[in-house]
Design a protein around this ligand. Structure first.
Ligand code: F1P
Length: 603
Protein backbone atom coordinates (compact mmCIF):
# COMPACT_ATOMS: atom_id res chain seq x y z
CA UNK A 1 0.00 0.00 0.00
CA UNK A 2 1.28 3.44 -0.91
CA UNK A 3 2.29 5.71 1.96
CA UNK A 4 3.09 2.97 4.46
CA UNK A 5 6.51 4.44 5.08
CA UNK A 6 4.98 7.72 6.19
CA UNK A 7 6.80 8.57 9.44
CA UNK A 8 6.46 5.03 10.79
CA UNK A 9 8.29 1.81 10.05
CA UNK A 10 6.60 -1.52 9.53
CA UNK A 11 7.57 -2.49 13.09
CA UNK A 12 5.27 0.24 14.50
CA UNK A 13 2.47 -1.05 12.30
CA UNK A 14 2.78 -4.49 13.89
CA UNK A 15 3.86 -3.50 17.38
CA UNK A 16 0.41 -4.16 18.84
CA UNK A 17 0.79 -7.85 17.95
CA UNK A 18 3.70 -8.36 20.32
CA UNK A 19 2.82 -10.51 23.35
CA UNK A 20 4.09 -7.90 25.79
CA UNK A 21 2.17 -4.97 24.27
CA UNK A 22 -0.58 -4.07 26.79
CA UNK A 23 -0.97 -7.78 27.56
CA UNK A 24 -3.95 -7.40 29.91
CA UNK A 25 -6.15 -5.83 27.24
CA UNK A 26 -8.04 -7.42 24.36
CA UNK A 27 -7.06 -6.09 20.91
CA UNK A 28 -10.23 -4.02 20.67
CA UNK A 29 -9.30 -2.08 23.82
CA UNK A 30 -5.55 -1.68 23.25
CA UNK A 31 -4.18 1.76 22.34
CA UNK A 32 -2.70 1.95 18.87
CA UNK A 33 1.03 2.83 18.84
CA UNK A 34 0.47 4.58 15.50
CA UNK A 35 -1.78 7.24 17.01
CA UNK A 36 -0.09 7.88 20.35
CA UNK A 37 0.45 11.54 19.38
CA UNK A 38 -2.75 12.06 17.41
CA UNK A 39 -3.85 14.71 19.93
CA UNK A 40 -0.94 16.94 18.88
CA UNK A 41 -1.16 16.25 15.16
CA UNK A 42 -2.15 18.51 12.27
CA UNK A 43 -5.25 17.68 10.23
CA UNK A 44 -3.05 16.18 7.50
CA UNK A 45 -1.17 13.97 9.97
CA UNK A 46 -4.42 12.85 11.56
CA UNK A 47 -5.69 11.64 8.18
CA UNK A 48 -2.39 9.85 7.48
CA UNK A 49 -2.56 8.13 10.87
CA UNK A 50 -6.11 7.00 10.20
CA UNK A 51 -5.02 5.64 6.84
CA UNK A 52 -2.28 3.58 8.49
CA UNK A 53 -4.66 2.31 11.15
CA UNK A 54 -7.17 1.26 8.51
CA UNK A 55 -4.44 -0.45 6.50
CA UNK A 56 -3.84 -2.71 9.52
CA UNK A 57 -7.19 -4.34 8.75
CA UNK A 58 -5.66 -6.05 5.73
CA UNK A 59 -2.26 -6.96 7.17
CA UNK A 60 -1.36 -10.55 6.55
CA UNK A 61 -1.39 -13.11 9.31
CA UNK A 62 2.02 -13.43 10.97
CA UNK A 63 2.49 -16.49 13.14
CA UNK A 64 -0.43 -18.07 14.88
CA UNK A 65 -1.37 -15.44 17.45
CA UNK A 66 -4.00 -13.59 15.49
CA UNK A 67 -6.33 -14.54 12.67
CA UNK A 68 -6.65 -11.69 10.22
CA UNK A 69 -9.31 -10.56 7.75
CA UNK A 70 -7.73 -12.46 4.86
CA UNK A 71 -6.74 -15.55 6.89
CA UNK A 72 -7.55 -18.96 5.50
CA UNK A 73 -9.92 -19.82 8.34
CA UNK A 74 -11.86 -16.56 7.98
CA UNK A 75 -12.36 -17.06 4.24
CA UNK A 76 -13.48 -20.67 4.79
CA UNK A 77 -15.95 -19.71 7.51
CA UNK A 78 -17.38 -16.96 5.31
CA UNK A 79 -17.95 -19.57 2.59
CA UNK A 80 -19.85 -21.79 5.01
CA UNK A 81 -21.96 -18.89 6.26
CA UNK A 82 -22.68 -17.89 2.66
CA UNK A 83 -23.93 -21.42 1.96
CA UNK A 84 -26.33 -21.20 4.92
CA UNK A 85 -27.60 -17.86 3.65
CA UNK A 86 -28.14 -19.36 0.20
CA UNK A 87 -30.38 -22.05 1.72
CA UNK A 88 -32.38 -19.39 3.56
CA UNK A 89 -32.86 -17.18 0.49
CA UNK A 90 -34.40 -20.18 -1.25
CA UNK A 91 -36.87 -20.71 1.60
CA UNK A 92 -37.92 -17.22 2.68
CA UNK A 93 -41.28 -18.23 4.19
CA UNK A 94 -39.88 -20.53 6.84
CA UNK A 95 -36.45 -19.03 7.46
CA UNK A 96 -34.54 -15.79 7.94
CA UNK A 97 -31.17 -14.20 8.63
CA UNK A 98 -31.07 -11.99 11.74
CA UNK A 99 -28.22 -9.61 12.51
CA UNK A 100 -28.01 -8.08 15.94
CA UNK A 101 -25.70 -5.71 17.79
CA UNK A 102 -25.34 -2.73 20.09
CA UNK A 103 -24.45 0.80 19.05
CA UNK A 104 -22.50 0.85 15.81
CA UNK A 105 -22.81 -2.92 15.42
CA UNK A 106 -26.62 -2.64 15.44
CA UNK A 107 -26.54 0.33 13.08
CA UNK A 108 -24.48 -1.66 10.61
CA UNK A 109 -26.86 -4.60 11.00
CA UNK A 110 -29.58 -2.17 9.87
CA UNK A 111 -27.55 -0.77 6.97
CA UNK A 112 -26.57 -4.20 5.68
CA UNK A 113 -30.01 -5.77 6.06
CA UNK A 114 -31.60 -2.79 4.26
CA UNK A 115 -29.15 -3.08 1.36
CA UNK A 116 -29.57 -6.81 0.83
CA UNK A 117 -33.34 -6.75 1.29
CA UNK A 118 -33.46 -4.06 -1.38
CA UNK A 119 -31.40 -6.29 -3.68
CA UNK A 120 -33.90 -9.13 -3.10
CA UNK A 121 -36.88 -6.85 -3.78
CA UNK A 122 -35.33 -5.73 -7.05
CA UNK A 123 -35.29 -9.39 -8.06
CA UNK A 124 -38.91 -9.80 -6.95
CA UNK A 125 -37.80 -12.06 -4.13
CA UNK A 126 -39.03 -12.05 -0.54
CA UNK A 127 -36.92 -10.28 2.04
CA UNK A 128 -35.00 -12.54 4.41
CA UNK A 129 -32.80 -10.14 6.40
CA UNK A 130 -33.77 -8.57 9.73
CA UNK A 131 -31.87 -6.41 12.16
CA UNK A 132 -31.96 -5.95 15.91
CA UNK A 133 -30.35 -3.02 17.67
CA UNK A 134 -30.12 -2.84 21.47
CA UNK A 135 -32.43 -0.06 22.62
CA UNK A 136 -34.66 -0.35 19.52
CA UNK A 137 -34.87 1.93 16.51
CA UNK A 138 -34.17 5.09 18.48
CA UNK A 139 -30.63 3.69 18.93
CA UNK A 140 -30.12 3.93 15.16
CA UNK A 141 -29.92 7.69 15.58
CA UNK A 142 -29.00 8.25 19.21
CA UNK A 143 -26.82 6.86 21.94
CA UNK A 144 -28.55 4.12 23.99
CA UNK A 145 -25.72 2.37 25.79
CA UNK A 146 -27.55 0.85 28.77
CA UNK A 147 -29.58 -1.86 26.97
CA UNK A 148 -26.24 -3.32 25.83
CA UNK A 149 -25.88 -4.77 29.35
CA UNK A 150 -29.22 -6.61 29.26
CA UNK A 151 -29.12 -10.20 27.94
CA UNK A 152 -32.84 -10.79 28.54
CA UNK A 153 -33.76 -7.85 26.37
CA UNK A 154 -31.60 -9.39 23.65
CA UNK A 155 -33.45 -12.69 23.87
CA UNK A 156 -36.88 -11.05 23.88
CA UNK A 157 -36.13 -9.04 20.75
CA UNK A 158 -34.71 -12.10 19.01
CA UNK A 159 -37.80 -14.19 19.76
CA UNK A 160 -40.02 -11.42 18.45
CA UNK A 161 -38.19 -11.10 15.13
CA UNK A 162 -38.12 -14.88 14.59
CA UNK A 163 -41.74 -15.68 15.44
CA UNK A 164 -43.01 -18.52 13.26
CA UNK A 165 -39.64 -19.22 11.59
CA UNK A 166 -38.32 -22.77 11.44
CA UNK A 167 -34.75 -21.93 10.48
CA UNK A 168 -32.81 -18.88 11.62
CA UNK A 169 -29.23 -17.90 10.91
CA UNK A 170 -28.47 -15.58 13.81
CA UNK A 171 -25.50 -13.26 13.41
CA UNK A 172 -24.47 -11.63 16.69
CA UNK A 173 -22.09 -8.73 16.24
CA UNK A 174 -19.98 -7.51 19.14
CA UNK A 175 -16.66 -6.01 18.07
CA UNK A 176 -15.14 -6.52 21.51
CA UNK A 177 -16.81 -9.94 22.07
CA UNK A 178 -18.29 -8.25 25.06
CA UNK A 179 -21.94 -7.13 24.86
CA UNK A 180 -24.21 -9.08 27.26
CA UNK A 181 -27.18 -8.23 24.97
CA UNK A 182 -25.55 -10.30 22.22
CA UNK A 183 -24.22 -12.98 24.61
CA UNK A 184 -27.80 -13.59 25.78
CA UNK A 185 -28.99 -14.05 22.21
CA UNK A 186 -26.16 -16.43 21.33
CA UNK A 187 -26.83 -18.43 24.50
CA UNK A 188 -30.50 -18.68 23.52
CA UNK A 189 -29.54 -19.94 20.06
CA UNK A 190 -27.26 -22.55 21.60
CA UNK A 191 -30.23 -23.82 23.62
CA UNK A 192 -32.45 -24.08 20.53
CA UNK A 193 -30.25 -25.67 17.87
CA UNK A 194 -33.28 -27.11 16.03
CA UNK A 195 -34.11 -23.60 14.82
CA UNK A 196 -31.09 -21.37 15.37
CA UNK A 197 -27.58 -21.51 13.95
CA UNK A 198 -25.46 -18.90 15.74
CA UNK A 199 -22.71 -16.89 14.06
CA UNK A 200 -20.51 -14.52 16.05
CA UNK A 201 -18.77 -11.57 14.42
CA UNK A 202 -16.16 -9.69 16.45
CA UNK A 203 -12.54 -8.61 16.40
CA UNK A 204 -10.75 -10.28 19.29
CA UNK A 205 -9.39 -13.79 19.52
CA UNK A 206 -11.80 -16.11 21.35
CA UNK A 207 -9.73 -16.29 24.55
CA UNK A 208 -10.01 -12.49 24.88
CA UNK A 209 -13.82 -12.57 24.98
CA UNK A 210 -15.11 -10.78 28.07
CA UNK A 211 -15.27 -13.06 31.10
CA UNK A 212 -16.99 -10.71 33.51
CA UNK A 213 -20.09 -12.17 35.22
CA UNK A 214 -23.40 -10.95 33.77
CA UNK A 215 -26.08 -10.08 36.31
CA UNK A 216 -28.53 -12.96 36.95
CA UNK A 217 -26.86 -15.14 34.32
CA UNK A 218 -24.87 -18.31 34.57
CA UNK A 219 -22.86 -17.54 31.44
CA UNK A 220 -20.32 -14.91 30.42
CA UNK A 221 -19.50 -13.83 26.89
CA UNK A 222 -16.38 -15.95 27.20
CA UNK A 223 -18.25 -19.10 28.20
CA UNK A 224 -20.69 -18.64 25.31
CA UNK A 225 -17.75 -18.32 22.91
CA UNK A 226 -16.23 -21.51 24.32
CA UNK A 227 -19.44 -23.44 23.67
CA UNK A 228 -19.60 -22.01 20.18
CA UNK A 229 -16.00 -23.04 19.51
CA UNK A 230 -16.91 -26.60 20.39
CA UNK A 231 -19.91 -26.57 18.03
CA UNK A 232 -17.92 -24.84 15.31
CA UNK A 233 -15.98 -28.08 14.86
CA UNK A 234 -19.15 -29.68 13.47
CA UNK A 235 -20.30 -26.47 11.75
CA UNK A 236 -23.27 -26.02 14.07
CA UNK A 237 -21.97 -22.58 15.01
CA UNK A 238 -19.58 -20.17 13.34
CA UNK A 239 -17.02 -17.70 14.67
CA UNK A 240 -15.74 -14.92 12.47
CA UNK A 241 -13.31 -13.06 14.68
CA UNK A 242 -10.20 -11.83 12.90
CA UNK A 243 -8.11 -9.16 14.62
CA UNK A 244 -7.99 -5.83 12.79
CA UNK A 245 -5.61 -4.08 15.19
CA UNK A 246 -6.38 -1.51 17.87
CA UNK A 247 -8.62 1.40 16.99
CA UNK A 248 -7.15 4.84 16.23
CA UNK A 249 -8.99 6.21 19.26
CA UNK A 250 -8.73 3.48 21.90
CA UNK A 251 -11.85 1.33 22.05
CA UNK A 252 -13.68 3.29 19.33
CA UNK A 253 -14.98 0.19 17.59
CA UNK A 254 -17.20 2.29 15.33
CA UNK A 255 -14.11 2.75 13.18
CA UNK A 256 -12.28 -0.42 12.11
CA UNK A 257 -14.70 -2.69 13.95
CA UNK A 258 -17.61 -1.20 12.00
CA UNK A 259 -15.77 -1.24 8.69
CA UNK A 260 -14.68 -4.85 9.09
CA UNK A 261 -18.22 -5.90 10.09
CA UNK A 262 -19.51 -4.34 6.89
CA UNK A 263 -16.85 -6.03 4.77
CA UNK A 264 -17.29 -9.52 6.23
CA UNK A 265 -21.07 -9.64 6.11
CA UNK A 266 -21.34 -8.10 2.68
CA UNK A 267 -18.83 -10.59 1.30
CA UNK A 268 -20.79 -13.53 2.73
CA UNK A 269 -24.21 -12.24 1.61
CA UNK A 270 -22.98 -11.23 -1.85
CA UNK A 271 -21.56 -14.72 -2.38
CA UNK A 272 -24.91 -16.21 -1.34
CA UNK A 273 -26.83 -13.93 -3.72
CA UNK A 274 -24.48 -14.68 -6.62
CA UNK A 275 -24.87 -18.41 -5.97
CA UNK A 276 -28.66 -18.18 -5.86
CA UNK A 277 -29.38 -15.75 -8.66
CA UNK A 278 -26.49 -15.99 -11.10
CA UNK A 279 -25.31 -19.55 -10.66
CA UNK A 280 -21.91 -18.44 -9.44
CA UNK A 281 -20.63 -21.09 -7.06
CA UNK A 282 -19.31 -20.02 -3.67
CA UNK A 283 -15.55 -20.49 -3.98
CA UNK A 284 -12.54 -19.74 -1.82
CA UNK A 285 -11.04 -17.53 -4.48
CA UNK A 286 -14.30 -15.70 -5.10
CA UNK A 287 -14.61 -14.79 -1.42
CA UNK A 288 -10.93 -13.83 -1.16
CA UNK A 289 -11.06 -11.62 -4.26
CA UNK A 290 -14.15 -9.90 -2.96
CA UNK A 291 -12.36 -9.09 0.31
CA UNK A 292 -9.43 -7.72 -1.64
CA UNK A 293 -11.74 -5.43 -3.58
CA UNK A 294 -12.48 -3.79 -0.23
CA UNK A 295 -8.76 -3.42 0.41
CA UNK A 296 -8.60 -1.37 -2.80
CA UNK A 297 -11.46 0.75 -1.44
CA UNK A 298 -9.03 2.00 1.20
CA UNK A 299 -6.47 2.93 -1.45
CA UNK A 300 -9.03 4.70 -3.64
CA UNK A 301 -10.34 6.65 -0.65
CA UNK A 302 -7.05 7.63 0.93
CA UNK A 303 -5.58 8.67 -2.41
CA UNK A 304 -7.65 11.79 -1.61
CA UNK A 305 -5.75 12.68 1.55
CA UNK A 306 -5.61 16.38 0.73
CA UNK A 307 -9.35 16.59 0.14
CA UNK A 308 -10.12 14.72 3.37
CA UNK A 309 -7.68 16.98 5.25
CA UNK A 310 -9.56 20.05 4.03
CA UNK A 311 -12.80 18.61 5.39
CA UNK A 312 -11.22 17.71 8.74
CA UNK A 313 -9.85 21.25 9.06
CA UNK A 314 -13.19 22.84 8.22
CA UNK A 315 -15.13 20.60 10.62
CA UNK A 316 -12.49 21.07 13.33
CA UNK A 317 -12.75 24.83 13.03
CA UNK A 318 -16.53 24.72 13.32
CA UNK A 319 -16.42 22.55 16.44
CA UNK A 320 -13.65 24.65 17.98
CA UNK A 321 -15.84 27.73 17.90
CA UNK A 322 -18.84 25.77 19.22
CA UNK A 323 -20.56 25.74 15.83
CA UNK A 324 -21.83 22.72 13.92
CA UNK A 325 -21.11 20.22 11.18
CA UNK A 326 -23.98 19.08 8.94
CA UNK A 327 -23.96 16.07 6.62
CA UNK A 328 -26.59 16.31 3.88
CA UNK A 329 -26.73 13.02 2.05
CA UNK A 330 -28.60 11.13 -0.63
CA UNK A 331 -29.45 7.40 -0.71
CA UNK A 332 -27.63 4.95 1.53
CA UNK A 333 -24.59 7.25 1.64
CA UNK A 334 -26.77 9.57 3.71
CA UNK A 335 -27.33 6.74 6.16
CA UNK A 336 -23.60 6.61 6.78
CA UNK A 337 -23.82 10.31 7.60
CA UNK A 338 -26.63 9.69 10.09
CA UNK A 339 -24.67 6.85 11.67
CA UNK A 340 -21.41 8.80 11.90
CA UNK A 341 -23.17 11.80 13.43
CA UNK A 342 -25.07 9.72 16.00
CA UNK A 343 -21.83 8.16 17.23
CA UNK A 344 -20.26 11.48 18.18
CA UNK A 345 -22.37 11.70 21.35
CA UNK A 346 -21.14 8.52 23.06
CA UNK A 347 -17.66 8.61 21.54
CA UNK A 348 -16.72 12.23 22.18
CA UNK A 349 -19.27 13.32 24.75
CA UNK A 350 -20.59 15.64 22.02
CA UNK A 351 -23.97 17.32 21.97
CA UNK A 352 -26.33 15.93 19.33
CA UNK A 353 -26.29 19.33 17.64
CA UNK A 354 -22.51 19.33 17.14
CA UNK A 355 -22.50 16.92 14.19
CA UNK A 356 -25.83 16.12 12.55
CA UNK A 357 -26.87 14.03 9.59
CA UNK A 358 -29.84 14.49 7.25
CA UNK A 359 -31.15 12.15 4.58
CA UNK A 360 -33.06 13.06 1.44
CA UNK A 361 -36.50 11.50 1.77
CA UNK A 362 -36.26 11.24 5.59
CA UNK A 363 -37.87 8.19 7.17
CA UNK A 364 -39.38 7.11 3.85
CA UNK A 365 -35.84 6.49 2.59
CA UNK A 366 -34.62 5.11 5.92
CA UNK A 367 -37.38 2.50 5.96
CA UNK A 368 -36.65 1.35 9.52
CA UNK A 369 -38.78 -1.18 11.45
CA UNK A 370 -40.63 1.36 13.60
CA UNK A 371 -41.17 4.02 10.91
CA UNK A 372 -40.89 7.76 11.63
CA UNK A 373 -39.37 8.59 15.03
CA UNK A 374 -39.82 12.35 14.76
CA UNK A 375 -42.12 12.42 17.79
CA UNK A 376 -39.20 11.32 20.01
CA UNK A 377 -37.61 14.77 19.92
CA UNK A 378 -35.66 17.23 17.82
CA UNK A 379 -32.65 14.96 17.29
CA UNK A 380 -34.91 12.59 15.37
CA UNK A 381 -35.67 15.15 12.66
CA UNK A 382 -33.55 13.79 9.86
CA UNK A 383 -35.11 14.83 6.53
CA UNK A 384 -33.63 17.52 4.29
CA UNK A 385 -36.86 19.45 4.81
CA UNK A 386 -36.10 19.45 8.54
CA UNK A 387 -32.68 20.87 7.78
CA UNK A 388 -34.22 23.57 5.63
CA UNK A 389 -36.80 24.51 8.27
CA UNK A 390 -34.87 24.10 11.49
CA UNK A 391 -31.21 24.67 10.66
CA UNK A 392 -30.86 26.74 7.51
CA UNK A 393 -32.37 29.94 8.95
CA UNK A 394 -29.66 30.07 11.65
CA UNK A 395 -26.75 28.77 9.56
CA UNK A 396 -23.58 30.90 9.68
CA UNK A 397 -20.25 30.74 7.89
CA UNK A 398 -18.79 29.14 11.01
CA UNK A 399 -20.88 26.00 10.37
CA UNK A 400 -19.60 23.38 7.95
CA UNK A 401 -22.04 21.77 5.51
CA UNK A 402 -21.06 18.62 3.66
CA UNK A 403 -23.01 17.28 0.66
CA UNK A 404 -22.64 13.51 0.17
CA UNK A 405 -23.87 11.97 -3.06
CA UNK A 406 -23.31 9.90 -6.18
CA UNK A 407 -22.78 11.43 -9.59
CA UNK A 408 -24.84 11.56 -11.77
CA UNK A 409 -27.74 10.03 -9.78
CA UNK A 410 -28.44 12.85 -7.42
CA UNK A 411 -27.01 16.01 -8.99
CA UNK A 412 -30.24 17.85 -9.69
CA UNK A 413 -31.38 17.72 -6.08
CA UNK A 414 -27.86 18.35 -4.82
CA UNK A 415 -27.62 21.47 -6.98
CA UNK A 416 -30.87 22.83 -5.54
CA UNK A 417 -29.72 22.20 -1.99
CA UNK A 418 -26.27 23.66 -2.66
CA UNK A 419 -27.83 26.91 -3.87
CA UNK A 420 -30.02 27.20 -0.77
CA UNK A 421 -27.11 26.59 1.58
CA UNK A 422 -24.78 28.90 -0.35
CA UNK A 423 -27.15 31.80 0.28
CA UNK A 424 -26.32 31.44 3.98
CA UNK A 425 -22.71 30.28 4.06
CA UNK A 426 -19.73 29.78 1.76
CA UNK A 427 -18.52 26.98 4.08
CA UNK A 428 -20.05 24.32 1.84
CA UNK A 429 -18.21 21.18 0.73
CA UNK A 430 -19.02 18.12 -1.35
CA UNK A 431 -17.98 14.47 -1.29
CA UNK A 432 -19.14 12.56 -4.32
CA UNK A 433 -18.54 9.27 -6.04
CA UNK A 434 -18.26 8.72 -9.74
CA UNK A 435 -17.31 5.78 -11.97
CA UNK A 436 -14.08 6.07 -13.93
CA UNK A 437 -14.73 7.16 -17.49
CA UNK A 438 -18.09 8.61 -16.52
CA UNK A 439 -17.06 11.89 -18.00
CA UNK A 440 -20.46 12.89 -19.31
CA UNK A 441 -20.26 16.63 -18.90
CA UNK A 442 -22.76 17.74 -16.35
CA UNK A 443 -23.55 21.39 -16.09
CA UNK A 444 -25.19 20.73 -12.77
CA UNK A 445 -22.03 19.14 -11.39
CA UNK A 446 -20.00 22.14 -12.58
CA UNK A 447 -22.47 24.40 -10.83
CA UNK A 448 -22.19 22.45 -7.59
CA UNK A 449 -18.42 22.65 -7.78
CA UNK A 450 -18.52 26.41 -8.18
CA UNK A 451 -20.77 26.73 -5.14
CA UNK A 452 -18.52 24.63 -2.90
CA UNK A 453 -15.38 25.66 -1.07
CA UNK A 454 -13.97 22.16 -1.67
CA UNK A 455 -15.10 19.10 -3.61
CA UNK A 456 -13.79 15.63 -2.91
CA UNK A 457 -14.31 13.46 -5.98
CA UNK A 458 -13.83 9.75 -5.43
CA UNK A 459 -13.44 7.96 -8.75
CA UNK A 460 -14.07 4.24 -8.96
CA UNK A 461 -12.15 2.10 -11.45
CA UNK A 462 -14.33 -0.11 -13.63
CA UNK A 463 -13.14 -3.55 -12.51
CA UNK A 464 -14.20 -6.83 -13.98
CA UNK A 465 -15.36 -8.06 -10.59
CA UNK A 466 -17.03 -4.87 -9.55
CA UNK A 467 -20.70 -5.38 -10.26
CA UNK A 468 -23.03 -2.46 -9.60
CA UNK A 469 -23.81 -3.76 -6.13
CA UNK A 470 -20.20 -4.25 -5.12
CA UNK A 471 -19.35 -0.76 -6.38
CA UNK A 472 -22.17 0.62 -4.33
CA UNK A 473 -21.02 -1.15 -1.18
CA UNK A 474 -17.48 0.07 -1.77
CA UNK A 475 -18.78 3.61 -2.07
CA UNK A 476 -20.56 3.18 1.24
CA UNK A 477 -17.38 1.97 2.93
CA UNK A 478 -15.42 4.80 1.37
CA UNK A 479 -17.99 7.31 2.66
CA UNK A 480 -17.77 5.72 6.10
CA UNK A 481 -13.98 6.13 6.11
CA UNK A 482 -14.19 9.78 5.03
CA UNK A 483 -16.87 10.67 7.58
CA UNK A 484 -15.17 8.78 10.41
CA UNK A 485 -12.02 10.77 9.57
CA UNK A 486 -13.96 14.06 9.52
CA UNK A 487 -15.74 13.56 12.85
CA UNK A 488 -12.79 11.94 14.61
CA UNK A 489 -10.30 14.47 13.24
CA UNK A 490 -12.55 17.41 14.11
CA UNK A 491 -12.96 16.25 17.70
CA UNK A 492 -9.22 15.66 18.01
CA UNK A 493 -8.63 19.23 16.78
CA UNK A 494 -11.19 20.42 19.30
CA UNK A 495 -9.01 18.96 22.06
CA UNK A 496 -11.30 16.09 23.04
CA UNK A 497 -8.57 13.45 22.97
CA UNK A 498 -5.61 12.87 25.28
CA UNK A 499 -2.85 10.95 23.46
CA UNK A 500 -5.19 8.51 21.73
CA UNK A 501 -7.75 8.20 24.48
CA UNK A 502 -11.13 9.79 24.66
CA UNK A 503 -11.12 11.24 28.17
CA UNK A 504 -14.64 12.57 28.20
CA UNK A 505 -16.33 9.26 27.47
CA UNK A 506 -19.80 8.53 28.77
CA UNK A 507 -19.86 5.94 31.54
CA UNK A 508 -23.23 4.51 30.62
CA UNK A 509 -22.63 0.76 30.60
CA UNK A 510 -20.34 -1.80 32.23
CA UNK A 511 -17.84 -1.88 29.38
CA UNK A 512 -17.50 1.89 29.44
CA UNK A 513 -17.29 1.93 33.27
CA UNK A 514 -14.38 -0.51 33.16
CA UNK A 515 -12.74 1.42 30.34
CA UNK A 516 -13.03 4.66 32.33
CA UNK A 517 -11.47 3.11 35.44
CA UNK A 518 -8.59 1.71 33.37
CA UNK A 519 -8.02 5.07 31.72
CA UNK A 520 -7.91 6.83 35.08
CA UNK A 521 -5.31 4.31 36.25
CA UNK A 522 -3.21 4.86 33.17
CA UNK A 523 -3.34 8.65 33.28
CA UNK A 524 -3.03 9.18 37.04
CA UNK A 525 -0.85 6.18 37.89
CA UNK A 526 -3.03 5.74 41.01
CA UNK A 527 -4.20 2.30 42.22
CA UNK A 528 -7.44 0.90 40.78
CA UNK A 529 -9.24 1.31 44.10
CA UNK A 530 -8.55 5.07 44.23
CA UNK A 531 -9.56 5.47 40.59
CA UNK A 532 -12.88 3.78 41.09
CA UNK A 533 -13.49 5.90 44.19
CA UNK A 534 -12.77 9.10 42.23
CA UNK A 535 -15.00 7.90 39.40
CA UNK A 536 -17.88 7.32 41.79
CA UNK A 537 -17.37 10.74 43.40
CA UNK A 538 -17.60 12.29 39.93
CA UNK A 539 -20.68 10.25 39.03
CA UNK A 540 -22.56 11.04 42.25
CA UNK A 541 -21.06 14.54 42.51
CA UNK A 542 -20.00 14.18 46.17
CA UNK A 543 -16.76 14.56 48.15
CA UNK A 544 -17.65 11.69 50.48
CA UNK A 545 -19.21 8.50 49.18
CA UNK A 546 -22.03 7.01 51.25
CA UNK A 547 -22.22 3.28 52.03
CA UNK A 548 -25.26 3.10 49.79
CA UNK A 549 -23.20 4.42 46.89
CA UNK A 550 -20.20 2.17 47.40
CA UNK A 551 -22.33 -0.92 47.88
CA UNK A 552 -24.45 -0.40 44.76
CA UNK A 553 -23.70 -2.43 41.64
CA UNK A 554 -22.22 -1.09 38.40
CA UNK A 555 -25.63 -0.95 36.73
CA UNK A 556 -26.81 1.51 39.38
CA UNK A 557 -23.68 3.63 38.87
CA UNK A 558 -24.04 3.66 35.09
CA UNK A 559 -27.75 4.54 35.31
CA UNK A 560 -26.89 7.50 37.51
CA UNK A 561 -24.03 8.48 35.20
CA UNK A 562 -26.48 9.04 32.34
CA UNK A 563 -27.35 12.38 33.85
CA UNK A 564 -23.81 13.44 34.80
CA UNK A 565 -21.44 15.22 32.47
CA UNK A 566 -17.63 15.36 32.36
CA UNK A 567 -17.44 12.40 34.72
CA UNK A 568 -14.01 11.07 33.76
CA UNK A 569 -12.27 14.48 33.45
CA UNK A 570 -13.61 15.39 36.87
CA UNK A 571 -12.40 12.12 38.39
CA UNK A 572 -9.01 12.68 36.81
CA UNK A 573 -8.64 16.20 38.21
CA UNK A 574 -9.68 14.92 41.66
CA UNK A 575 -7.05 12.17 41.46
CA UNK A 576 -4.29 14.44 40.23
CA UNK A 577 -4.88 17.37 42.59
CA UNK A 578 -6.76 16.13 45.64
CA UNK A 579 -9.08 19.11 45.11
CA UNK A 580 -12.67 19.05 46.27
CA UNK A 581 -15.35 18.29 43.76
CA UNK A 582 -16.46 21.92 43.57
CA UNK A 583 -12.88 23.09 42.95
CA UNK A 584 -12.36 20.49 40.26
CA UNK A 585 -15.66 21.39 38.61
CA UNK A 586 -14.82 25.07 38.54
CA UNK A 587 -11.38 24.33 37.07
CA UNK A 588 -12.98 22.35 34.25
CA UNK A 589 -15.49 25.13 33.64
CA UNK A 590 -12.66 27.60 33.15
CA UNK A 591 -10.82 25.26 30.80
CA UNK A 592 -13.38 23.23 28.85
CA UNK A 593 -10.70 21.64 26.64
CA UNK A 594 -10.16 18.63 28.83
CA UNK A 595 -6.71 17.82 27.49
CA UNK A 596 -5.52 21.27 28.45
CA UNK A 597 -7.33 21.25 31.76
CA UNK A 598 -5.38 18.20 32.93
CA UNK A 599 -2.17 18.55 30.92
CA UNK A 600 -0.32 20.64 33.50
CA UNK A 601 -0.19 17.69 35.93
CA UNK A 602 0.57 15.06 33.39
CA UNK A 603 3.59 16.14 31.40
C1 F1P B 1 -20.95 -1.89 21.00
C2 F1P B 1 -20.90 -0.41 21.38
C3 F1P B 1 -20.12 0.40 20.35
C4 F1P B 1 -20.08 1.86 20.78
C5 F1P B 1 -19.57 1.99 22.24
C6 F1P B 1 -20.32 1.10 23.16
O1 F1P B 1 -19.70 -2.48 21.06
O2 F1P B 1 -22.22 0.07 21.45
O3 F1P B 1 -20.68 0.32 19.09
O4 F1P B 1 -19.24 2.58 19.93
O5 F1P B 1 -18.19 1.63 22.30
O6 F1P B 1 -20.34 -0.25 22.66
P1 F1P B 1 -19.46 -3.96 20.58
O7 F1P B 1 -20.45 -4.84 21.31
O8 F1P B 1 -19.66 -4.01 19.10
O9 F1P B 1 -18.05 -4.28 20.98
Amino acid sequence: MAGLDWTYGVSTLRQWESADYEPSLPVSEKSNPLTRDIDQASAYSIVKMLQLCDSQMFQEEAGTTYQRLLSDQVVKTLMEVAKRVEVIIKDPQESCVVMSGCGTSGRLAFLISSGFNKALSQLNQSKVYSYIIAGGDRALLSSQEAPEDDPRLGVLSLKKVCEGKKRVLFIGISCGLSAPFVAGQLDFCLHHPEVYTPVLVGFNPAHQARDEPIQDCTFTFHSVVQRMQELAKSQKAFLINPAVGPEAISGSSRMKGGSATKILLEVAFSAAHAATFSNTPITYNGVLQHMKAYERTLDVTYSQTDGITTLVEAAGQSLRCSRHVYYLGWGSLALLGLIDASECTPTFGADYEDVRGFISGGYRELNNNDGPLTSLGPKFSIAHEDFLHLILPCLTDKDTVLLIYTHPDDVTEVGNMARRVREKTPNLHAVYHQADGDTAASLQQDDIKKLCLSTLKITWPREALASGTLQHMQRELSTKLVLNAVSTGAHVLKGKIYQNHMIDLQVTNTKLYRRATRLLQKLSACPEENCEEALLKAIYRVDMLTVEMTSSDITTHTCFARNSTKVVPLALVILLTSWSLVEAESHLKQQPIVREAVAQWMW
